[in-house]
Design a binder for this molecule. Structure first.
Ligand SMILES: Cc1cc2nc3c(=O)[nH]c(=O)nc-3n(C[C@H](O)[C@H](O)[C@H](O)COP(=O)(O)OP(=O)(O)OC[C@H]3O[C@@H](n4cnc5c(N)ncnc54)[C@H](O)[C@@H]3O)c2cc1C
Length: 414
């Protein structure tokens, strides 16, 4: 891409901020404009359900400070929603009708919380958590709340549950599935966290479908009613029932969407002048066997770096290697650090081990081949699995068994 060109980024979250920074690191000298509909500078979302609830310090969340954007000539226009893409004119259209031309457009629009279609969802005290504004609102209400009901036993619901228990609040988690975090982790790891949350006093209900949210008679929630008629009294209700990709801009511009904005192996949409990255992108990973969307900081950051490299090298189109960032993830729940190396959801064989430092490990296999590791409080094992798998070291179950499931035994293959 020539230095006289303009790259426009829609979305100023993890992916948007990283693609801008990486473009400069890769010596792209053209114009970079980033549009984000939230106020302030780009910030990290993970602490919102963890440390931020305790310390309330937004400055610690910043991905980069204002000086970084100024020094690198990255124009950030916050509180500015992009309303449409005019692909023919190579322009984006802002909510107020203003237009901005682009040579390449990067969509990094993230995701939005799924709203539950149940009565009472609009009551006061029914909360969601995706943005800093949501987190500030929740923090302001937590002090006066004795009991919070959380709809959804996924990562965010459970992180929040542990944090709230730490503050002394009564917590009920309502999960529709028969185990927690079922979509993303092995049954053994779910069982570990089930036990942990109950041990810190979380009232965890599985197979719990929510029928409606109760009105306390003043427009504020008083809890929820389950499908079986059980009432759960609560002062606040947090809905943490998963997210949906923000793919509306792409869809309205005629680009294919399929649970996210469809991109090819180089993260390019059907329009060679538009790429999509992060939570909003539906892509094919060489380690997977179908199209996927990954909601993680690693995915947002690595996809941003890959697209920046491609654009800085002047390749809007073909001839670039496929995106292959190795997937890893973490979730802090109380004093338990869950880490996942690889795409473990595709496992059809698992071996549970504990290390000598009290860490919990689930080694995951697919048809006998090692595909990943889920750990709790075992950062060394996580890092070793990540290094081995990212380096493409092939491990099978027999070899691991012979090594007593000690990954360090394979260090010499790196
Ligand atoms: C509470 C919480 C805890 C999390 N914890 C973890 C964790 O422990 N580990 C982990 O790996 N991941 C975690 N995640 C997930 C991680 O934060 C996301 O995967 C990551 O933020 C994705 O980055 P993104 O840039 O794709 O999207 P986002 O960070 O969502 O950024 C997208 C931005 O684009 C803006 N936008 C969208 N449409 C428009 C438009 N039309 N015009 C202008 N702006 C627009 C959005 O408002 C948003 O600011 C957590 C997420 C949340 C909410």
């Amino acid at each position: 891409m020539s230095d006289a060109q303009t790259i426009v980024i829609v979305g100023s979250g993890h992916a948007g901020a990283q693609v801008a920074a990486s473009l400069r690191q890769e010596k792209f000298a053209g114009e970079i404009l980033m549009f984000g509909d939230e106020p302030g500078l780009p910030y990290q979302r993970p602490p919102l359900s963890k440390t931020y609830m305790k310390d309330g310090n937004p400055d610690r969340l910043l991905i980069r400070n204002q000086t970084f954007f100024d020094d690198n000539a990255i124009v950030l226009r916050n509180e500015t929603r992009v309303a449409a893409i005019d692909r023919e004119a190579h322009e984006i259209v802002l909510a107020d009708g203003e237009r901005q031309r682009y040579d390449h457009l990067v969509l990094a629009t993230g995701a939005v919380n799924r709203a539950l279609p149940i009565p009472g969802i609009d009551l006061e005290g029914v909360l969601e958590l995706r943005t800093l504004a949501h987190a500030e609102d929740i923090r302001g209400r937590m002090g006066a709340a004795d009991h919070i009901a959380i709809i959804g036993g996924g990562f965010i619901g459970l992180e929040f549950a542990a944090m709230a228990r730490g503050l002394g609040t009564d917590v009920t988690v309502l999960e529709l599935a028969d185990r927690v975090m079922a979509r993303a982790i092995a049954p053994e790891t779910s069982a570990y966290f089930d036990e942990f949350h109950r041990s810190i006093g979380v009232d965890l209900r599985l197979g719990a479908g929510v029928d409606k949210i109760i009105d306390r008679d003043d427009g504020h929630t008083g809890g929820v009613v389950l499908k079986d008629g059980t009432r759960v009294e609560a002062d606040l209700v947090l809905v943490a029932a998963g997210v949906a990709a923000r793919d509306e801009l792409a869809r309205e511009a005629g680009l294919p969407v399929e649970n996210g904005i469809v991109v090819d192996t180089m993260l390019q949409t059907a329009d060679p002048a538009i790429s999509a990255i992060g939570d909003c992108a539906s892509f094919i990973h060489p380690l997977g066997d179908s199209r996927m969307r990954i909601e993680s900081v690693q995915n947002a950051t690595d996809q941003a770096r890959a697209v920046a490299l491609r654009l800085a090298e002047g390749q809007g189109g073909g001839g670039h290697p496929p995106y292959s960032g190795f997937p890893w993830f973490w979730s802090d729940q109380g004093d338990r650090k869950l880490q996942i190396a690889g795409l473990t959801a595709g496992a059809n064989g698992r071996v549970v081990r504990r290390n000598d430092r009290g860490g919990f490990l689930v080694h995951c296999f697919r048809d006998g081949r090692y595909i990943g590791l889920e750990t709790v409080n075992a950062p060394g094992d996580h890092l070793m699995a990540r290094r081995l798998l990212a380096a493409g070291v092939e491990l099978d179950r027999t070899a691991l068994e012979e090594a007593g499931y000690d990954l360090k035994a394979f260090k010499n293959r790196l």
